[in-house]
Design a protein. Structure first.
Length: 288
């Protein structure tokens, strides 16, 4: 309730944070499991996951720190940072009108955070379908989970850096990705990513409804308007394409319920329980 109350108070004023917290939870679970290793700061002797390129655009660390401090006041040393992140991500999505899923608690926090592991474990936006499937399979997630968890791209934004090669230099010859709708590509070049060196401009991942949890992302995929190569990759296989079509033309409740099941699976990846790990007092540093 402490987490939910905090989320209800703050997320309506900063709805974009829902996407940020969901992404942070995903990035956490893909490296050493859902153990809050993504929240640890680098030290003089270690580059933490935060320092890795995929995590340099993560936002919401201060949000987690603030809600964790409230929990510590109420019940010190009881609730892990991993549980705090998992619950905050779920509640933030629900508060903006997205699906609700069960979050079993009892995760403990990891002691190790390594930037090289984050770089190698987190799926890249340039992955093709086989690379995505391999990445997900190592975490116990299947092709259905891939399609559904990609649906998280219905909210939030991405920086031009993550996909500008599709606009300006797809095969290294100054060309455009032919799988990207050319009108959409032209619009992105003209109004958003105006040159290949732009690394800061942010683009809506689901234009027109990037703050609404809906099937708009999948509709865009059918129009060849997914921002990332990893989005477009979902249209290269008959199984994934069929799943996308059924989500677009089915009731939104079907997407919500299926997304919830995949999020529950994500939240149980390699969790630390019992006497493994620790309950961090401060999410950014291991207990001394």
């Amino acid at each position: 309730m402490i987490i939910l109350d905090f989320v209800k108070e703050h997320i309506p004023n900063a709805p974009a944070l829902a996407a940020s917290l969901l992404r942070m939870h995903f990035h956490d679970c893909f490296v050493r499991g859902c153990d809050a290793s993504v929240l640890l700061d680098s030290t003089s002797t270690n580059q933490a996951e935060k320092a890795a390129i995929p995590n340099q655009t993560l936002r919401g660390f201060d949000f987690i720190d603030r809600v964790k401090s409230l929990i510590e006041e109420e019940c010190p040393g009881v609730v892990s940072c991993a549980d705090t992140l998992a619950l905050a991500a779920r509640d933030a999505v629900a508060v903006i009108g997205g699906p609700f899923w069960r979050v079993p608690t009892g995760r403990r926090d990891g002691l190790i955070s390594n930037s090289a592991e984050a770089l190698s474990e987190i799926p890249s936006p340039s992955f093709n379908l086989s690379a995505l499937l391999n990445s997900f399979a190592t975490k116990g997630l299947d092709i259905t989970d891939l399609v559904l968890l990609s649906g998280a791209h219905t909210i939030g934004v991405a920086s031009c850096r993550a996909f500008s090669n599709r606009l300006y230099n797809f095969t290294g010859k100054g060309d455009e990705d032919p799988s990207l709708d050319r009108f959409y590509a032209a619009n992105l070049k003209q109004n958003k990513c105006k040159n290949s060196t732009d690394k800061t401009t942010l683009v809506e991942m689901d234009p027109g409804s990037f703050r609404t949890f809906d099937v708009g992302y999948y509709r865009n995929l059918l129009k060849r308007r997914g921002l990332f190569q990893s989005d477009a990759a979902l249209m290269t296989d008959a199984t994934t394409k069929e799943a996308i079509v059924s989500l677009v033309y089915g009731p939104v409740e079907m997407f919500f319920s299926q997304f919830a099941l995949s999020m529950e699976k994500l939240g149980t990846i390699q969790v630390l329980t019992g006497s493994s790990g620790e309950i961090r007092r401060n999410c950014a540093v291991v207990n001394s």
